[in-house]
Design a protein around this ligand. Structure first.
Ligand code: ADP
Length: 476
């Protein structure tokens, strides 16, 4: 079966978050499992720079101007790239300018992504035509509308990596995008008086997946469905919604082979982790101290990620014997609040407001605990990295966090399934009491080592996810 992924990020070519990590790994794992997969991506400057030579596939005259589809082999997986400098040749973040303002022509930029995806399924490349189109998040959503409007005979899967981003644009653009007027309605793209690219995927795809079983259930509820819970509840009832957990790319995230970290280590040889901790403490200008746990957080600084919950708990938290190192970028008020926190407690808190891939590895390796207090979390990746590096996750029990971290309590200690510390209420108090439980375990080194060993033995490989997607594709 030939499968075309449609997406807007792919690590290491272009990345703003977990979506890129997934697309940087899943197609390659599928290829390894013997599947014929290709990926469609806009040719952003960073992509053009890193990809090298590309070959011509097709020219098209489109609603977004003249464009060219180009092709390159990338580590064994075929990439289709949309060369449309008028839309994509902008440095920095793929979605917004340096002031966090979304680009005004995003409806065209990602409308075109969907259009090209659909046209590849309709035969744009005479040498390769997919049997199945697999789109990711709202940026790919319009592909499913075009496929339906053009009645292209292809199976379709749409994956929600984050339902909070609905790709909302004015319905007035429909004609310009070349979509039929009948599609603008409740039974179609319309969403509270506007058009949602995400809804196009949710409504027109044969099957919807999301990145964890718990999140698949949560998004059918008003609290987490962002207005789509009704539609998703219907699709779930038809057996058209399921959850497949993301994996960890072993080539990028493995403490034994990670060349971003000072000293590699592995389950039975943990000495290197101590060196990595000292290195990280020095990086953050914190006292080199083995006696206190070093808590790390690597995240977009948004309310989704519970960054504000951590801030609200911070003063009480920092009265305890621990250190905190934060790496993140995001909303300016949260960035400022973290900088203030560091200024008030320079001996206990280090903050880096930047995006730094190498440092993120050093934090996962050098930390003792990875904090993920998210309000919602479709899958979450940093807790998976934490498990693999023996950096115990302290997380809210939601979405993929609930599916991948087992809380430390008497029964899970007894049956050796505990891998971290979880709490349910999205409140500073719940976070603080869980930090209290974590500290109790920390002060019991034998217990800590046991939990760490279980954490490091978890199998969250992409291989498993690739098999689950394969089974789904075949069922369609
Ligand atoms: P989301 O996709 O919602 O942002 P995930 O946990 O699924 O959250 O994925 C986030 C990814 O982005 C992880 O690989 C994490 O390490 C990385 N990341 C987030 N912020 C930074 C940063 N400031 N520097 C480096 N990597 C970051």
């Amino acid at each position: 079966m030939k499968t075309l992924h449609i997406c807007s990020e792919l690590y290491p070519l272009v990345k703003t978050g977990g979506l890129a990590d997934v697309l940087g790994a899943l197609p390659f794992a599928q290829k390894q499992a013997g599947m014929d997969v290709r990926v469609l991506l806009p040719m952003y400057p960073s992509v053009a720079e890193k990809i090298g030579e590309t070959g011509h596939v097709a020219y098209h005259h489109t609603f977004a101007g003249d464009i060219e589809i180009r092709y390159a082999d990338y580590n064994g997986v075929g990439l289709y790239l949309i060369d449309a400098p008028q839309l994509y040749r902008r440095d920095g973040n793929p979605y917004h300018d340096q002031y966090y303002a979304d680009y005004g022509d995003n409806y065209l930029r990602f409308g075109l992504l969907g259009w090209v995806g659909a046209s590849l399924a309709a035969g744009s490349d005479s040498w390769w035509k997919p049997d199945l189109v697999h789109g990711h998040d709202w940026q790919s959503g319009l592909a499913f509308a075009y496929l339906r409007a053009w009645a292209v005979p292809v199976k379709t899967v749409f994956t929600i990596h984050n339902i909070a981003y609905a790709g909302i644009f004015s319905g007035h653009h429909l004609a310009e995008l070349g979509l039929p007027a009948y599609m603008y309605g409740t039974y179609g793209l319309e969403f509270y008086g506007q058009m949602s690219y995400l809804k196009a995927g949710l409504y027109y795809a044969d099957h919807i997946t999301t990145v964890s079983p718990t999140y698949a259930r949560e998004i059918t509820l008003p609290e987490h469905g962002y207005g789509f819970h009704g539609l998703l509840g219907e699709r779930a009832a038809q057996g058209r919604l399921s959850g497949i957990l993301n994996g960890v790319d072993d080539a990028t995230w493995n403490p034994a082979t990670d060349n971003n970290i000072a000293k590699p280590y592995q389950p039975n040889h943990m000495q290197g982790k101590r060196v990595d901790k000292h290195t990280l403490q020095q990086t953050y200008n914190l006292p080199t101290d083995d006696s206190v746990p070093l808590l790390v957080m690597i995240t977009r600084l948004t309310e989704q990620k519970g960054a504000d919950i951590l801030l609200a708990a911070a003063e009480t938290l920092l009265a305890r014997p621990l250190q905190l190192a934060v790496l993140g970028t995001g909303s300016p008020d949260l960035e400022a609040a973290f900088r203030d926190l560091e200024a008030r407690h320079p001996d206990k808190v280090g903050v880096r407001i930047t995006y730094n891939e190498a440092l993120s590895h050093q934090m996962i390796a050098g930390g003792d605990v990875i904090l993920v207090p998210s309000r919602f979390e479709p899958c979450g990746l940093t807790q998976l990295y934490g498990l693999k590096y023996g950096t115990l996750p302290l997380v809210r029990e939601t979405g993929g966090l609930a599916d991948t971290v087992t809380n430390t309590q008497p029964d899970t200690l007894a049956n050796k399934t505990a891998t971290g510390f979880t709490f349910y209420d999205p409140t500073p108090d719940a976070l603080l009491s869980t930090v209290g439980r974590m500290l109790e375990s920390w002060h019991n080194p034998k217990q800590w080592a046991a939990i760490r060993a279980t954490a490091m033995a978890q199998d969250n490989s992409w291989h498993k996810a690739a098999e689950a997607y394969d089974a789904l594709y075949n069922s369609l």
